[in-house]
Design a protein around this ligand. Structure first.
Ligand code: NAP
Length: 283
C-alpha cells in the first residue's frame, strides 16, 4: 500500500483515485477548495482530503498532478519546497513539451523526480462527477521522461499505471506532441469548428432534427470543457498549427475535386481514407 496524493480531483484525478483505492492504496486528495472535495470523501473514493498541500505532499509516496495543463507550473511551484527528493511526481496533462518547458523554467532543469505522463483516456465530460472506475483499463499511458529523469521514479510511475490496467508507452515529449496533435487535438478543433458552423447556419430546432447520428458522432467532442481545450491548444500550439495547416491543404484538395466534379479524384480520396480506417486496430 502506498500513500498517493492526487492534486486536482476532476475527471482524470477522480477516475484514478477510484482505481487506486480499489488496488488498496491510500489516496489523499488536494484541490483549490477542500469543500468541493468533500463528496469524494463521503463516497469513500478517497481516504482523506488535505487542505494543507504541504502536509499532504510531505507524507506522500507518489504525487499525481491532475490539473489543467496550463496550471502545472504554479501547482508544482507550490508543492516543490515540501517534497522529499525521492518522491516521484507525475502529471496527466495532454501536452508534454510545454510541461517539460514550464518546469525547466521554474526549477532550472526538469526535476529528476518528475515523470511527465499522459493517459490516452477520457471523455468529453469534466469534473469529479464525471469520473468513473476502470477508465484506464486497456488504455495507453504515455510517459515522456528525459535524460535527467530518475529511472526509479519512472519505474514507480509506470507501475502505478500498470496497476490500474493501462499499458505504458515511453516516447519523447516531441514525439508525443506531434502524434497527439493529429490523433486528439486536431479532431477536437474540427468538432468545435463543425459545431460552430452548425450554430452559424441558424435554423435552430429544424436543423437539429436533421442532425443524424453521423453529425452527433462527429461533434461529440464539442461538448468538452472549453477551458481545458484552451490550455491544450496553446500548450501544443506549434504541433497543432502544423496539423491544422496540413488539414486545410487536404480540405483544399477535396474542395477543388468537388468544384471540378472530379469523380475519379473524389473516389480515390475516399477509398484511400476508408482503407486507412479499416487498418486502424480496434480500440
Ligand atoms: P477536470 O475534470 O476539469 O479536472 C481538473 C481538476 O483540476 C479539477 O479538480 C480542478 O479543481 C483542478 N484545478 C483546476 N485548476 C487548479 C489549480 N490552479 N490548482 C489546483 N487544482 C486545480 O479536467 P480533466 O479532464 O480531469 O483534466 C485534467 C488534466 O488531464 C488536464 O491536464 C488534461 O489535459 C488531462 N487529460 C484530460 C483528458 C480528458 O479526456 N478530459 C484525457 C487525458 C488527459 P476545481 O474543482 O478547483 O476546479
Amino acid at each position: 500500500m502506498a500513500n498517493i496524493v492526487i492534486i486536482g480531483l476532476g475527471l482524470i484525478g477522480g477516475s484514478l483515485a477510484r482505481d487506486l483505492r480499489r488496488c488498496g492504496h491510500r489516496v489523499t486528495a488536494c484541490g483549490r477548495d477542500a469543500g468541493r472535495l468533500a463528496p469524494a470523501l463521503k463516497l469513500g473514493i478517497v481516504d482523506a482530503v488535505e487542505p494543507d498541500w504541504q502536509v499532504a505532499v510531505a507524507g506522500a509516496d507518489l504525487v499525481v498532478l491532475a490539473v489543467p495543463v496550463g496550471r502545472t507550473r504554479e501547482v508544482y511551484a507550490r508543492i516543490r519546497p515540501h517534497l522529499t527528493a525521492d518522491t516521484p511526481v507525475t502529471d496527466v496533462g495532454s501536452s508534454k513539451c510545454s510541461v517539460v518547458r514550464d518546469l525547466t523554467a521554474l526549477c532550472g532543469r526538469l526535476p529528476a523526480q518528475f515523470v511527465p505522463g499522459h493517459p490516452i483516456a477520457g471523455t468529453e465530460h469534466s469534473g469529479f462527477a464525471a469520473s468513473v472506475e476502470g477508465l484506464f483499463a486497456g488504455r495507453t499511458v504515455v510517459l515522456t521522461p528525459t535524460a535527467e529523469t530518475d529511472p526509479a521514479a519512472e519505474a514507480r510511475v509506470a507501475a502505478l499505471w500498470l496497476e490500474v490496467g493501462a499499458r505504458v508507452l515511453t516516447l519523447s515529449a516531441e514525439q508525443h506532441d506531434a502524434a497527439l496533435a493529429l490523433t486528439s487535438h486536431l479532431p477536437q478543433m474540427l468538432a468545435y469548428t463543425l459545431m460552430g458552423q452548425f450554430a452559424e447556419f441558424g435554423q435552430g430546432k429544424t436543423l437539429a432534427e436533421l442532425a443524424g447520428s453521423g453529425f452527433r458522432d462527429m461533434t461529440r467532442l464539442a461538448g468538452s470543457d472549453p477551458a481545458m481545450w484552451h490550455d491544450v491548444s496553446l500548450a501544443n500550439r506549434a504541433q497543432l498549427s502544423l496539423a491544422l495547416r496540413r488539414y486545410m491543404e487536404r480540405l483544399g484538395e477535396l474542395a477543388a475535386a468537388v468544384d471540378a466534379g472530379d469523380s475519379e479524384r473524389l473516389l480515390a480520396l475516399f477509398t484511400a481514407a476508408q482503407a486507412a480506417h479499416h487498418r486502424l486496430p480496434a480500440a
